[in-house]
Design a protein around this ligand. Structure first.
Ligand code: ATP
Length: 894
């Protein structure tokens, strides 16, 4: 018999599981050993050896290898061996860089792997979905991705979108009763839910019937294996730039070689010089270093609790000009405590902090017993019944498992001496209509021991009041006249103006005979009796005010978007510095009457959107984008997904966020904290600046190398650098300092600048000029050092070449410190980046080895130079950096 045909009891037996307790950990272990992990087999990864060889596929490396061959054929064995050694070293560097990038991206993937809630040893726990075994009982709610194939045993309005499997994008309503019919298609199996499909509504519980490759998804897994390779806009631009540089480099190289041959240099030397120059001029290391810088930046973000799911977002982060943030949990702590209760014109207060269930009730400063007042007692009882939260302890602390808003209602009830378990013995819950942010309500149908039935609704006060026809006033029911309506509204406003988040409680008597199965939420949530309000504090997160201020000075506007009441929203936005004097507040109902164009007109001045539904978020994102903003938008529910996807940076909550929200996002906040978005933006800006730093360094070095050769050829001088020296400088000594620049800390004013324009070119903000001017000076300085040394040792070309080699290396190693700042080499402490200091020192040692180690001298055509020459070298090599630094001081003085 198939699972969909079985009755619930039979499934429990067949799967040898227990609906109350779930599986025991021992049993889980046994089943795991037998059937393995719940994962789809992955496509084979590129092996390390293949990755290593792929380093040599590059066009320029192939040219180099051809040059080696020619050197070999011509009997220049030393040259040939040296070139091969350099190519190998370079290949290893590239290999390790790529491996590192790959590993960190893999780690990232694991971090963002989906989790499931499973019943083990009688406790609901969250585990990675990889660890599910057959027979596990799992629970899911709106927004979750289902982790394995399950037979449903409970369904509360459960709807699942199965397009990943069936192609059908309309969600399917799920039930639990057995189905007859053996050969049914997946789409018809209403009492089963499948791995990889999404819960769009309601909640449910299922028993796992298949995992991994045995699931329906596993059968078609091959189709899903195509891994997406993500490339950032900057990487794409660099690729294009690379092509231009190749052309320029080849033209210049041809020029050098041509002029050289005309000036009488021998063809073999000029050929090798040409190849070396071409290799030098083309920054083939650049894409690899960019990837490493990006992936290291991504790792730094993880430490700050932000997970980048899509690499291009790292760049976009630096351009963000507006952050639209949810209020509850992101700007506030989401630790709710009921402090005020209102019913029928009376307001009570409750003492106590956090979720600790200790506190007293007061009416006008006098301690009261809540069970003495019927309305208050009902308010608390129903708040506890229409509730899923559980109070738990974690060490010394009380914590809530479930929705914090419901947690607050639960704790208020416990403070009044109520117990959920005993309430559940008195009342049985027949049906539930789960909360959703668009309806802003949750309802249950309840029957008591005498068979009396009624519905309880809790939700946003203005919404619940709108559905009520009468109001409980003391012991009596009053018709909701205009006056009564106004009185309740006034009470809502008063609680909200103290920044309290309010929940209204209402009920509705039902017929004994009515069947709860056929009743819909629209029928239930009307003609209600309004009982009262519970107002709870949700303190702002302490770090948010400062983060909002910092964003402000970084040219980034913070906008609060909340489902909460407008007065509550305003009060908190003011506390956090989000709502300033001239800012406007818009409400959901006002948004309904506006189209995107109309919203565009006013959106710049709005800093709070209150009582909005998730659907409004999309409108807000679009209006802001039409105004030219780069928008970061937060969200957590299924309905937030379209806005998250449309935003330039979709941000999902790691703790409260649903799988759907996370999968649509490009950034996940592990701590749901607004301040983390700010930190990620700061890191995003920094990564981009670091990339600019090493582009500047590598390109200026390349310009210098080409120019020194070109000028020498034009002036009919001998070659100032031997080909192998050019290769060495370019492929070996440059690499480590460039990597270290990628690890640099941000400049102090990185969050004081305006956001970068997304279309800004790589060479904007003076970078192009810096590359050319510094490169030019490095070339000239090296050439002059060469000429001086050659004049001093006219018959000893190798001596002058060694001096030129040392000058070039030194000029670059000094220049690298200049690249750390957009302003000047003096703007930053040179020891602020110790990676760079060590990288420069090791490049220095490498240079000294090449110059002074007798065994290396014949390979690199170097000779030991005297200490006096170092004065010349240091003098010339400092000029390019320090000459232009003078202009910084000149500007500073003004
Ligand atoms: P934000 O959008 O900033 O997260 P929010 O949590 O107030 O704010 P929603 O979750 O959409 O937004 O809630 C909207 C309103 O619905 C709340 O102000 C509250 O009055 C009510 N509400 C919230 N949670 C529940 C719940 N579990 N049951 C019933 N009503 C709720």
């Amino acid at each position: 018999m198939n699972y969909h045909e079985m009755r619930e009891e039979d499934i429990e037996q067949t799967l040898s599981t227990n609906y109350e307790q779930g599986l025991s950990l021992d049993e889980v272990k046994k089943r795991r050993n037998q059937f393995g992990f719940n994962q789809l087999e992955e496509a084979e990864k590129q092996s390390a050896i293949l990755l290593f060889f792929s380093q040599f596929k590059d066009f320029m490396v192939l040219v180099l290898l051809a040059a080696t061959l020619i050197s070999g054929i011509l009997g220049e064995y030393l040259d040939a061996i040296a070139i091969i050694a350099i190519v190998l070293v370079n290949g290893f560097l590239g290999f390790f860089q790529e491996r590192k990038a790959e590993k960190s991206l893999q780690a990232l993937k694991e971090l963002s792997a989906p989790q499931v809630t499973v019943l083990r040893d009688g406790q609901w726990v969250k585990i990675p979905s990889k660890e599910i075994v057959v027979g596990d009982i799992i629970r899911f709610a709106s927004g979750d991705r289902i982790g394995a194939d399950v037979r449903l045993i409970q369904s509360n309005n459960l709807e699942v979108e199965e397009s990943a499997l069936t192609g059908e994008s309309v969600p399917v309503a799920k039930k639990t009763n057995p189905l007859s019919g053996v050969s049914m298609s997946l789409g018809d199996l209403e009492n089963m839910a499948f791995m990889g499909t999404m819960v769009t509504r309601g909640n449910g519980i299922g028993a796992v019937t298949a995992i991994g490759m045995k699931t329906a998804m596993g059968q078609i897994a091959d189709m899903l294996q195509k891994a997406e390779v993500m490339i950032t806009p900057l990487q794409r631009r660099l690729e294009q730039l690379g092509k231009i540089l190749i052309t320029v480099a080849l033209v210049l190289t041809a020029l050098v070689v041509g002029v050289g041959v005309i000036q009488g240099h021998d063809i073999y030397t000029m050929f090798l010089a040409g190849v070396s120059l071409a290799v030098a001029a083309i920054p083939e290391g650049l894409p690899a270093i960019v990837t490493v810088a990006l992936s290291l930046g991504v790792q730094r973000m993880i430490k700050k609790k932000a997970i980048v799911r899509k690499l291009p977002a790292v760049e976009t982060l630096g351009c963000a000009s507006v952050i639209c943030s949810d209020k509850t949990g992101t700007l506030t702590q989401n630790k709710m405590t009921v402090t005020d209760l209102w019913s029928g014109g009376k307001t009570w207060t409750v003492s106590g902090t956090g979720y600790e269930p200790k506190g007293h009730f007061f009416y006008r400063e006098d301690k009261v017993l809540p069970n003495k007042d019927k309305a208050l007692q009902q308010l608390l009882t129903f708040g506890m019944l229409c509730n899923h939260a559980e109070l738990k302890t974690k060490g010394e602390e009380f914590v809530i498992d479930g929705d914090p808003t419901e947690g607050a209602l639960l704790v208020a009830g416990i403070k009044a001496g109520l117990h959920r378990e005993s309430l559940l013995q008195q009342f049985s819950i027949e049906k539930e209509f789960p909360f959703d942010s668009s309806r802003k309500m949750m309802s249950i149908i309840v029957s008591d021991q005498n068979g009396k039935r009624f519905a309880v609704t809790k939700g946003a006060p203005d919404v619940v009041l709108g559905r009520a026809t009468s109001v409980l006033w003391g012991d009596k029911l009053q018709h909701k006249s205009q006056e009564v309506h106004a009185n309740v509204e006034k009470a809502i406003g008063e609680l909200a103006s103290n920044a309290l988040r309010n929940i209204a409680i209402a009920y509705k008597p039902l017929d004994r005979s009515s069947s709860s199965h056929t009743m819909t939420e629209t029928e239930i949530e009307k003609d209600l009796v309004f009982i009262g309000l519970q107002g709870m504090i949700d303190p702002p997160r302490p770090e948010v005010k400062e983060a909002v201020r910092e964003c402000g000075s970084a040219g980034i506007k913070t906008v609060m978007i909340t489902g909460d009441h407008v007065i509550t929203a305003k009060a908190i936005a003011k506390q956090l510095g989000i709502l300033r004097t001239h800012d406007k507040v818009l409400q959901g109902h006002e948004l309904n009457n506006m189209d995107v164009e109309e919203l565009e007109e006013v959106v710049e001045n709005v800093s709070v959107f209150a009582r909005v539904s998730p659907a409004h978020k999309l409108k807000i994102v679009k209006a802001l984008q039409n105004r030219g903003h780069i928008v970061a938008m937060t969200g957590d529910g299924v309905n937030d997904a379209p806005a998250i996807k449309t935003a330039d940076i979709g941000v999902a909550m790691g703790v409260t966020g649903t799988d759907v929200a996370k999968e649509s996002s490009s950034l996940v906040l592990l701590d749901d904290n607004f301040a983390t978005i700010k930190a990620a933006i700061q890191e995003g800006r920094n990564i981009y600046e670091n990339i600019r730093k090493f582009i500047r360094y590598l390109l200026a070095s390349n310009v210098g190398e080409i120019l020194v050769m070109l000028f020498a050829m034009i002036l009919a001088l001998p070659l100032p650098l031997v080909p192998i020296q050019i290769l060495w400088v370019n492929l070996v000594t440059d690499g480590l300092p460039a990597m270290a620049l990628g690890l640099d800390k941000p400049e102090e004013d990185v969050m004081k600048r305006k956001p970068r324009h997304p279309k800004e070119g790589v060479f904007s903000r003076g970078l192009g000029w810096k590359v050319v001017s510094r490169g030019f000076l490095i070339g000239i300085a090296t050439l002059l050092a060469f000429i001086f040394a050659y004049k001093a040792h006219p018959n000893h070309l190798a001596y002058a070449q060694t001096v030129a080699f040392a000058t070039l290396v030194m000029a670059q190693l000094i220049h690298v410190f200049d690249c750390r700042s957009e302003k000047s080499v003096f703007a930053r402490n040179p020891f602020g980046n110790m990676y760079l200091v060590w990288a420069v020192l090791s490049s220095l040692v490498l240079m000294l080895l090449v110059i002074y180690l007798p065994s290396l001298q014949p390979i690199f055509h170097t000779v030991s130079i005297e200490w006096k020459d170092w004065l010349l070298i240091l003098g010339f090599s400092s000029v390019p950096t320090f000459l232009l630094a003078g202009s910084f001081f000149a500007r500073k003085k003004q």
